[in-house]
Design a protein around this ligand. Sequence first.
Ligand code: SF4
Ligand code: ZN
Ligand code: ZN
Length: 166
Amino acid sequence: MTTLTQISTSIPGVACRTASDDLWFSDYRLDRVHAAGLCHGCPLAIPCRTYAYDTRQAWGVWGGHDFTVGETHCGTERGHQIHARNGETPCEPCRAAHAELVDGRRRARLAEEHAKGGTVRGYGIHLSLGEQACVRCRAARARESAECRARRREAEEPVQALPIAS
Ligand code: SF4
Ligand SMILES: [Zn+2]
Ligand SMILES: [Zn+2]
């Protein structure tokens, strides 16, 4: 099997093969920022970055991305946003962090709906959280459905003809 390293030595434009490798794995953040800049325009940037994610690299710059622990922000919402900005599919820890944040916001909105005694909106939030709606939200939805049916019946009832004055 041909490895990424073998490919990188055989095609032009791969900066880390020509510049000092020290920059990509330097202990100094500014060196790594410089290396990340040199990755731009590298024909291997995407497979290089994908390889680093797949093999959970925890050190150095790969595909214009600094994977040094503490720099990727993976496992946080910030990491999720960084993936999105780079047009990547977020890694599993970032997806979990994002889902937790979204659920947290939904729970906060649900608490507001419960403070109103349970609402149709609350009913929808329960469903988006993947759970059964509570009794109060279910009751609010049943009330709205009944009102809606009554309004429809009213609209369908024939208008009574007014008696003609003689
Ligand atoms: S993208 Fe990968 S292969 Fe290309 S220069 Fe950067 S580290 Fe090297
Ligand atoms: Zn991530
Ligand atoms: Zn509820």
